[in-house]
Ligand binder design. Structure first.
Ligand SMILES: O=C(O)CCC(=O)C(=O)O
Length: 265
């Protein structure tokens, strides 16, 4: 079922949406695929620091089908338009806290993250927290920026910053605008997670420039050195139906443009 108008308005106003039980029926195989990708890549999580693989769902033919899944599509198409772009995402074993930060500051286009946490999480055991409305620009966001150093600037610890703690059970989904300030506190040493990053289709010149600065090899999508090895998106692309291709084609087109216009090495 497509999201209701009220859910879309909530997302626009507050910058996030909590979708309980959206993928509960699928969570067993999803969790197994998460395990298999780390195993296949030979990444042994040692509990002391975050282990991350990028891109993530692209490494598993079955997880790629999330981009064909009616329940996922209904959410993403309701929020970003029928022709949204899939732009990658990371798979993680998190360890401990994540301080307050946004994932971007996009003034044009809509950039969002579709999160799945694979363990039951509460506010004190590492669930995702957000500051509703902090995806918006203006003087308010300048104040919110202080949460990055809440001890010095506000005299409170990160976990006491006012916000919403989206407590989740495996199968629940949280979607948020990349611009929103988010964090997690009290998480254990092996909190399993992955996400899909998505954007609205870039149509105007300003939107295309914004997408380019995200996708280019120097951009945010590639911020982790050594990630995105050549061919990393092959499974996703080679197994795509024409319907899935719609969500991949603009990225492919932009990548072709970057290679065609790259200065000679
Ligand atoms: O769950 C967490 O600890 C942090 C998640 C996060 O920062 C992200 O996915 O952008």
């Amino acid at each position: 079922m497509a999201l209701t108008e009220q859910q879309c308005t909530f997302f626009e106003s507050f910058g996030y949406l909590y979708l309980p039980s959206l993928l509960t029926a699928e969570i067993d195989w999803i969790t197994e695929e998460h395990r298999l990708i780390f195993e296949k890549k030979g990444v042994k999580h040692d509990d002391t620091k975050r282990s991350m693989l990028v891109p993530f769902i692209d490494q598993s033919e079955r997880l790629c089908t999330l981009l064909d899944h009616p329940k996922v599509l209904e959410v993403l198409q309701s929020l970003l338009g029928d022709d949204f772009n899939y732009v990658g995402g990371d798979g993680n074993y998190y360890s401990g806290d994540t301080g307050w930060h946004p994932d971007g500051a996009h003034r044009v286009g809509l950039y969002a993250k579709f999160h799945l946490y694979l363990d039951p999480l509460t506010r004190d055991t590492g669930c995702i927290r957000v500051i509703p409305g902090s995806h918006l620009f203006g003087p308010w966001r300048d104040h919110v920026e202080k949460v990055r150093r809440s001890n010095e600037a506000l005299g409170i610890s990160g976990r006491d910053v006012p916000g919403v703690a989206a407590e989740t059970q495996p199968g629940d989904v949280v979607v948020f605008n990349h611009n929103i300030y988010h964090a997690s506190f009290g998480g254990g040493p092996r909190r399993r997670h992955f996400c899909l990053n998505v954007t609205s289709r870039a149509k105007t010149e300003a939107e295309i420039n914004e997408l380019d600065s995200y996708l280019r090899p120097s951009g945010r999508a590639h911020q982790w050195p050594g990630k995105y090895p050549p061919g990393a998106q092959d499974i996703m692309r080679k197994t795509a139906s024409s319907k899935r291709m719609r969500h991949l084609e603009q990225v492919i087109e932009r990548e072709q443009y970057y290679s065609a216009t790259a200065p000679p090495a």
